[in-house]
Design a protein around this ligand. Structure first.
Ligand SMILES: Cc1cc2nc3c(=O)[nH]c(=O)nc-3n(C[C@H](O)[C@H](O)[C@H](O)COP(=O)(O)O)c2cc1C
Length: 187
């Protein structure tokens, strides 16, 4: 398997002053540091969401996302925890597509102001990604008390995250490679 794995990153909130943007951009740099991986960055803020016609060709509302998901081996979703769940806009973006996700890997990054690092938003996303046909990794990445984890330029202040990100990506790579093999050889 020589071709690089393609792992788009999706930032899952459009909130003004969102702290999750630091997280998503930092995870993107961790992917881009690796020679075996490539990525592209998506921000739910940039999507044109459909009005009242869900389920009918809505994937064409943001063709860049659809093309990236079709090409993707896996997806990284960065989700802040809002009232123990996911931002509605993230769900709306995920709902734009369906069959394009099937048998692709997904890895989840949780972000919170509180001490649990988005554990609950990750748990709430599990049934959603499963229904989309995505196969989720078990190595989540958690960013608790995110307001204290980055400086203003987006540099991470806790070195322990480098090792955590490596483990997180290694597992995603394993899943993405296995699923790529399955798509190519089992149909
Ligand atoms: C509507 C809303 C609900 C929130 N609920 C929670 C929560 O349940 N648990 C938590 O730890 N933080 C909660 N927060 C704080 C966010 O986790 C915090 O803003 C963090 O920085 C990540 O979100 P952000 O990317 O929007 O900044 C909430 C924030 C908003 C705007």
């Amino acid at each position: 398997m020589s071709e690089k794995l393609f792992l788009p990153v999706l930032l899952g909130t459009n909130r003004r002053d969102r702290k999750s943007e630091h997280v998503a951009k930092w995870v993107l740099t961790k992917i881009e540091e690796r020679e075996d991986l490539e990525s592209v960055y998506f921000d739910v803020r940039d999507f044109e969401l459909p009005g009242d016609h869900y389920g009918t060709e809505v994937g064409h509302h943001f063709p860049e996302w659809r093309e990236a998901v079709i090409r993707a081996d896996g997806i990284v979703i960065v989700a802040p925890e809002y009232n123990h769940g996911y931002p509605g806009v993230l769900k709306s973006v995920l709902d734009l597509l369906l069959k394009e996700y099937i048998h692709k890997a997904v890895a989840l990054v949780g972000v919170s102001a509180g001490p649990f690092g988005g554990t609950r938003v990750i748990e709430s996303l599990l049934p959603v990604v499963r229904e989309l046909g995505l196969a989720v990794t078990f190595t989540d990445l958690h960013f608790p008390r995110v307001g204290k984890l980055f400086d203003e330029q987006g540099n991470i202040l806790d070195d322990a995250y480098h090792k955590r990100a490596e483990r997180f990506l290694n597992e995603l790579v394993w899943m993405a490679k296995s699923l790529r093999w399955g798509r190519e050889n089992l149909g």
